[in-house]
Design a binder for this molecule. Structure first.
Ligand code: UDP
Length: 451
């Protein structure tokens, strides 16, 4: 029966959205359903794909092939919505008249309009939230106008089932309204039509965000399905599920692993700011000095577009201590015994990965949901320290050095490491047979099969 359930899944074309939604698709497929993972043309050129035996892939147009000049973010968001609305409708129609008509659409919560398209074509759907439940709840309150925007610098707010949050702990788009109106709308509008959905799929696990998960669950059918990390790094039940499988950048696998193999246990700082964050030259220089002065070995991901900001000769001068790569297999790196600390921008995937692999963090959030994740890393899960910024918003070399040393050598660092190892166990527990997320995925699949 379950083999006949066909589910379409569509992520927003960003690395931090593809990874968790693809992992969820694999978990779904492992429980019986046929899963079609839909990508869009803008990422097709850059995708480094490994064939997945779990799901089949389809590509639809997002209009990027027709774009002749640089777009503003606003234009990009609009074009994406109108083109994908058309091509997704066509895809569903085509599948509707195939041997395996789809029963359900899982869409990225960045695309609430995709749910309407699914319903117009006779199938039900659910949003998949790629951020934490705390952040979902904050956007819900913002969408209802319960958070006065912009928040005054230095003020704090109290929202149900979460600690009091200062303006530096809130998602940046709630107060940084001027620059990115389109992105702000995109993020807050995730919560526009979710009340019509029978499922709200969330990449988190119950123990991690117990209070807010309970608060949300008392109102809506929220379904925690995370952490969406390849099985080999958690429960090990899906033998072939070793990595995410769709990279927008090419990882330097062998270089990183061979280099890490030569380093002592817990001695390396791994630094990455994800797939989108950028820093100015001044900040890059402070990071280089912070790393040098910490005297630790470091593995630093500097994407190709950022390399030109590194001081001249930095790489040659630091070959003894460091390795700079343009992209790495992050999970493999975090799982390596040589890594003692992760200096991160606190993207939700990076945060979940560090927690699930037991690595304490130096938090250097930049925008979006990252400040909120940093607040929880430090004050709730107690697995890291947060870099304090100057008034100009710079993390100085002294502060970077101090934070790295505290995590990798300090007494507090030992406690954070122990806490991180506890979260690692709990993350695994959630995904193991009978664990909270595993049970939720089973129930979701069983209900779809019966529908
Ligand atoms: N990642 C990776 N290699 C790198 C840097 C990042 O594979 O060198 C992956 C990382 O494991 C995570 C994703 O890219 O799954 C980044 O997502 P996140 O939410 O942390 O940040 P974003 O890129 O969305 O800001």
């Amino acid at each position: 029966m379950e083999g006949e359930t066909h589910i379409l899944v569509i992520p927003y074309p960003l690395q931090g959205h593809i990874n968790p939604i693809l992992q969820f698709s694999k978990r779904l497929a492992s429980k019986g359903p046929r899963v079609t993972f839909v990508t869009t043309t803008s990422i097709n050129k850059s995708i480094q794909a490994q064939a997945s035996s779990f799901v089949s892939f389809e590509i639809i147009s997002d209009g990027s092939e027709e774009v002749e000049r640089l777009e503003t973010i606003d234009e990009h968001v609009q074009r994406f919505k109108s083109k994908v609305s058309e091509s997704l409708a066509k895809l569903i129609q085509r599948h509707n008249s195939s041997k395996y008509p789809p029963k359900f659409l899982v869409c990225d919560s960045f695309m609430p309009w995709a749910l309407d398209i699914a319903r117009q074509h006779g199938i039900d759907g659910a949003p998949f939230f790629t951020q934490s439940c705390v952040v979902n709840a904050i956007y819900y309150h913002a969408h209802r106008g319960e958070i006065k925007m912009p928040l005054e610098e230095g003020s704090s707010i109290s929202l149900p089932s979460m600690p009091s949050l200062g303006s530096n702990d809130l998602p940046s788009f709630l107060f940084d309204t001027g620059l990115y109106v389109a992105l702000q709308n995109l993020l807050v509008n995730q919560l526009s039509n979710f009340q019509d959905a029978n499922w709200l799929l969330c990449n988190t696990f119950d123990k991690l965000e117990a209070e807010v998960v309970n608060w949300m669950a008392s109102r809506w059918t929220i379904t925690t399905v995370g952490p969406t990390i390849p099985s080999m790094h958690l429960d090990k039940r899906l033998e072939e599920d070793k990595d995410y499988g769709l990279n927008l950048f090419k990882p330097n696998m062998d270089t990183c692993m061979e280099w890490l193999d030569t380093k002592e246990i817990g001695s390396v700082v791994y630094i990455s700011f994800g797939s989108l964050a950028t820093h100015g030259e001044e900040q890059m220089e402070e990071i280089t000095w912070g790393l040098k002065n910490s005297n630790c070995h470091f593995l630093w991901v500097v994407r190709e577009s950022e390399v030109k900001k590194l001081p001249i000769n930095f790489q040659q001068e630091t070959t003894e201590k460091g390795l700079v790569v343009s992209w790495c297999p992050q999970l493999e790196v975090l799982a390596h015994k040589a890594v003692g600390c992760f200096m991160t921008h606190c993207g939700w995937n990076s945060t979940l990965e560090a927690l699930s692999l037991g690595v304490p963090m130096v938090a250097m959030p930049q925008w979006s949901d990252q400040p909120t994740n940093a607040k929880f890393i430090v004050d709730v899960w107690k697995v890291g320290v947060r870099i304090k910024l100057t008034e100009k918003g710079i993390a100085t070399k002294e502060e970077i050095e101090l934070c790295i040393k505290e995590v990798i050598e300090g007494e507090r660092g030992q406690i954070m490491k122990r806490n991180a190892l506890r979260w690692k166990e709990w993350a695994k527990e959630a995904m193991e047979e009978g664990g909270s997320s595993d049970k939720n995925i089973e129930e979701f699949v069983a209900k779809l099969a019966r529908s």
